[in-house]
Design a protein around this ligand. Structure first.
Ligand code: DC
Length: 230
């Protein structure tokens, strides 16, 4: 059976990665979390004094881009790929609220986008990929055979994210998380380069009141249908 490309876009914390991982596993496809790549660039900037307190030296980050080696390595024990930055596993460090507070500003920079979009396209060359992000169906793989656009209310998303951060023992308040979700929505959807928007041919899924199982079944059914027609 021919392999396809599945693009999953949407606002932050809409559960894209959860369903993308489930789909990839069920189909025997590779899962790529494109947001992790923007987070890794952000972490690099934080670790190298490019971002500190309220200061962000955009020019220095652009000048440093060719020093960044960003790649995924499959971890057998957990069954998915983890993010590496210059040879170091940063899967945990890229998920903090601090990284979340800067990542949308890093993702606005065209030079950063160009570099990461190129890498993402290379990873998807052979198809058989489920990739989630903000511009996958519009910019990275405009020809993807199946595209989803995930939505849920900001409060629902902030509650999910807050729970995740608490489970990781992060010291944050719900209000901080909600503020971060809303400010990322605004930056991600209004930036000049590749703003978050629903591709014309994407299927919109509002998962505010869908269980994880129901959501997976819904997306999986769409995937089977497209793959069987191939
Ligand atoms: O999916 P995430 O929340 O981990 O993504 C982090 C940020 O990266 C998000 O706020 C916007 C940016 N991003 C992007 O601009 N394009 C993508 N394809 C993926 C993420």
């Amino acid at each position: 059976m021919k392999k396809i490309t599945i693009a999953i876009d949407g606002f932050s914390s809409t559960g894209k990665s959860t369903v993308a991982k489930q789909l990839a596993k069920a189909l025997g496809y590779v899962y790529v979390d494109s947001g992790a790549m923007y987070r890794a660039v952000t972490l690099y900037a934080m670790q190298n004094g490019i971002i500190s307190n309220d200061h962000f030296d955009v020019e220095k980050l652009i000048a440093d881009l060719d020093r960044l080696k960003i790649n995924f390595k499959y971890n057998n024990a957990i069954g998915f790929a983890e993010m590496y930055l210059n040879g170091v596993n940063v899967e945990h460090d890229i998920r903090t609220l601090e990284v979340s507070q800067w990542v949308s500003q890093v993702a606005e920079i065209s030079e950063v986008r160009r570099m990461l979009v190129f890498q993402q396209q290379q990873m998807g060359k052979e198809k058989g990929v489920v990739m989630d992000g903000r511009d996958i169906g519009t910019v990275v793989f405009p020809e993807a055979e199946l595209k989803f656009f995930m939505t849920a209310s900001a409060e629902t998303r902030a509650k999910r994210r807050f729970k995740e951060l608490l489970e990781r023992n992060e010291n944050v308040s719900y209000e901080e998380v909600l503020k971060n979700v809303e400010s990322r929505d605004l930056i991600d959807s209004t930036r000049e380069d590749s703003p978050l928007k629903k591709a014309k041919d994407a299927i919109e899924i509002d998962n505010s009141s869908l269980s994880l199982e129901a959501q997976f079944e819904k997306l999986y059914a769409f995937a089977r249908e497209v793959i069987e027609k191939k």
